[in-house]
Design a protein around this ligand. Structure first.
Ligand code: ZN
Length: 123
């Protein structure tokens, strides 16, 4: 899969990280949920395009965000699942991202592209 097939540049700003089958499996397994719960989720819009892990070549993905949140213990599964399904509820500080496959840190910082209420993105 090329880097352009799993993301989509939004004209209004931000880049949608489109969930791949592998990422869906990783997320549902990490959260202990059934696959159908995120079937309708295409992927969240992030502030930047995906990057590639210098350790293993994995593309940064929403599965990494889920794994990082669970490992850090800062968010429970319900919180991160709500962000995946409903989008971010507020602007949050950008933070580093660790590869869920090899634990190498991706370059830079990452954040959801927060769209204030009233500016719904089209689906
Ligand atoms: Zn990696």
């Amino acid at each position: 899969m090329s880097a352009t097939e799993n993301q989509e540049f939004i004209s209004g700003g931000g880049v949608r990280w489109i969930l791949t089958g592998e990422e869906r499996a990783s997320i549902t397994s990490a959260l202990g949920i059934e696959a159908h719960i995120i079937d309708h989720v295409r992927g969240n819009v992030m502030t930047r395009e995906r990057s590639v892990c210098s350790g293993c070549g994995k593309h940064s993905g929403l599965d990494d965000l889920v794994h990082n949140a669970i490992m850090a213990g800062v968010h429970d599964g319900a919180f991160i699942l709500k962000v995946l399904v409903d989008g971010p509820q507020s602007r949050s500080p950008a933070h580093g991202l660790q590869c869920s496959h090899c634990s190498e840190n991706f370059d830079g910082v990452y954040d959801w592209h927060y769209i204030p209420v009233g500016h719904e993105e089209d689906h």
